[in-house]
Every structure is written in C-alpha cells, then in structure tokens.
Design a protein around this ligand. Structure first.
Ligand code: COA
Length: 140
C-alpha cells in the first residue's frame, strides 16, 4: 500500500503532466496538444494602472480567472476592453470558448452578460455557500 504524503513542491504537477497525456489520448480519438498557460493583462492610463485581468488557457478553453478595475475608473469601458484582449489571446491559442464563474445575479454577471457571455449553469451553494453562475462565450 502506498504511503500518502502532502507536498508543497512541483512533484505532483510533474507526475500529473507526465501521466495525463496518456489519459488524454485514451479519452479523445485524436492526439491532444495540451497547452496550458496563464496570461495577465494590465489596463494603464497615463502612469497609472487602473485594472488587471488574468486568462488561464487549458484544453482549448480560455478561463477568465479574475478581472478588476479601480473603482474610480469603472464604467468607462476598461473591463470590456480587457476582456476583448483576453479573447484575442485565447483566439491566438485556438481556444473555442471562454468561461468565468461569478456570484449569481450580481453586478459581475451583468457586466459579463453585457460583454457577450451567457449563463451556462448554476452551481448551488458553491463559493462559501453562495450560488455561482458559470458563464461562457463561444469564440469560434
Ligand atoms: C466588473 C468590473 C471588472 C467591470 O469593469 P468596468 O471597467 O467598470 O466595465 P465596463 O465599463 O467595461 O462595462 C461594460 C458594460 O458592462 C456592464 N456593467 C459594468 N459594470 C456594471 C455593474 N456594476 N452593474 C451592471 N452592469 C455593469 C454595463 O453594461 C457596461 O456598459 P455601460 O457602462 O455602457 O452601461 C468592475 O466593476 C470591477 O472591478 N468589479 C469588482 C471585481 C469583480 O466583480 N470582478 C468580476 C469577477 S472576477
């Protein structure tokens, strides 16, 4: 019986990457190119950083991990512009779809809907027991 240990280094990730490739080949009838990366963008006005967003790409999905705009600079199109930049990056890597999870029914959901996202699923009592809406936007 294996001993189970907790680790805080890269060994788990390295093992997963090595063995996940075989699993992926079995799950799909074609060779999957597993491309995974994280890209951050900043919104800059003059000398000032007024927003940031993070895109995580994996399995031909682009996932918006976070997006925030300085409260003083909101409702000026900055958030939308950052999302469009993330779309461009995801398109470059042949992603077919963007996703994001937000608290259901809140301002963030309205923002993403205004930017072309649609609710795909509702995850009840998900983040700290609050409902989370999974939103998506198809790119292709
Ligand atoms: C959500 C957020 C990133 C939007 O940034 P922003 O730069 O203000 O957004 P934009 O100006 O590009 O808004 C584009 C459209 O989205 C909609 N929208 C934006 N903020 C909204 C809000 N608070 N309520 C309802 N709709 C909103 C509007 O339709 C808006 O167009 P309009 O201003 O012409 O009406 C910003 O409010 C924020 O940082 N919120 C806190 C962090 C957060 O909730 N992040 C999302 C989850 S990770």
């Amino acid at each position: 019986m294996a001993e189970i240990v907790r680790v805080a280094d890269e060994r788990g990730e390295a093992f997963y990457r090595q063995h996940a490739r075989t699993a992926l080949k079995t799950a799909w009838a074609f060779t999957v190119v597993w491309h995974e990366q994280i890209v951050d963008v900043l919104a800059i006005e003059g000398e000032r950083t007024v927003g940031t967003a993070r895109l995580r790409i994996a399995a031909s999905l682009g996932h918006v991990e976070r997006i925030v705009v300085d409260p003083e600079f909101r409702r000026r199109g900055t958030g939308r512009a950052m999302l469009l930049e993330l779309d461009d990056i995801a398109n470059y890597y042949n992603c077919h779809k963007m996703t994001i999870g937000v608290l259901a029914g809140g301002e963030a959901e309205r923002f993403f809907e205004a930017c072309g996202y649609h609710r795909e699923a509702l995850l009840p009592q998900h983040d700290f027991k609050l409902d989370v809406a999974m939103l998506r936007k198809f790119l292709l």
